[in-house]
Design a binder for this molecule. Structure first.
Ligand SMILES: [Cu+2]
Length: 270
């Protein structure tokens, strides 16, 4: 029995490591400038976890095999070993604090640094069960909104107040556009997303952007990125947000600058 269990643990460990090592379930190719840094951080974490996982499982398999059928294989009560526990705790804390310190620059560039000059601002507004995207129009300024004005029935890009609840008394909102389900952004130009929610907590997730951010009612969460690859990518809601959560998908379209301008002009006519 000890031999069988030891072999099974060994096999499971090797198969798990091999499954990761093939890279088959890795992310899709990145479409954002910070993608390589996130992938590097992710790989580093996976390597460290893989080494710890393999060491622990191999030690377990060895102990089960080596001490089978001996006095050591009987369960006994133990109060633990303070020094070993302190060492384990210290090593784990050091590893995780180091990983956090190494990753903080990418994290801060995405979330804390202010957007570069000339960045395109887009409001991402989660709602059960659709993503709305508001553009500030040619004046570059968002108009005032009011939750009391939300109108989901009339949701053409130029509708007032529309799903974003744009207050038509504010002149800054005259040229605002709201796109439902599709967010287009220009290739190579920095984008500042302002992520928010109208009802419950949603999560804005685009694997190609390496971005996953909760949309929380009452918060406006800024996130900066620069698109580096043209294409159409799925936007998922990664937070179970209600019965029709599965329907809550949108699309990110990264377009050449001229194509993006054309898209905006067409939206303004809808
Ligand atoms: Cu959702």
């Amino acid at each position: 029995m000890g031999r069988l269990l030891g072999t099974a643990i060994l096999l499971i460990t090797l198969i798990t490591i091999a499954a990761f090592a093939t890279g088959r379930w890795w992310f899709p190719p990145s479409a954002a400038s910070h993608g390589a840094a996130i992938d590097g951080q992710f790989k580093l974490t996976l390597w460290i976890v893989a080494i710890a996982f393999a060491a622990a499982q191999l030690a377990l398999a060895f102990a089960v095999w080596r001490y089978r059928g001996t006095a050591h294989s009987r369960a006994i009560h133990t109060d633990g070993h303070t020094r070993i526990e302190l060492i384990c705790l210290g090593v784990t804390a050091a590893v995780f604090v180091t990983l956090a310190v190494l990753g903080q620059r990418v994290w801060a560039d995405l979330r804390i640094a202010s957007a570069p000059e000339g960045a395109l601002e887009v409001e991402v507004i989660g709602q059960q069960f659709v993503w709305n995207f508001r553009y500030p129009g040619s004046d570059g300024t968002f108009g005032r909104t009011n939750p009391a004005l939300y109108d989901d029935e009339n949701n053409s890009p130029t509708a007032r107040p529309g799903p974003a609840g744009i207050d038509s008394k504010d002149p800054a909102g005259k040229d605002d556009l709201v796109s439902v389900g599709v967010m287009a952004v220009p290739l190579g130009r920095p984008v500042k997303l302002i992520i928010q929610s109208k009802d419950v907590t949603h999560s804005f997730f685009v694997p190609e952007l390496r971005i996953k951010q909760d949309a929380v009612p009452g918060l406006r969460i800024a996130l900066n990125f620069t698109p580096t690859r043209a294409g159409r990518f799925e936007i998922a809601c990664a937070e179970l947000c209600g019965l029709s959560h599965h329907r809550m998908r949108g699309f990110l379209e990264i377009r050449e600058a001229a194509e993006f301008d054309k898209w905006l002009l067409e939206k303004a006519k809808e």
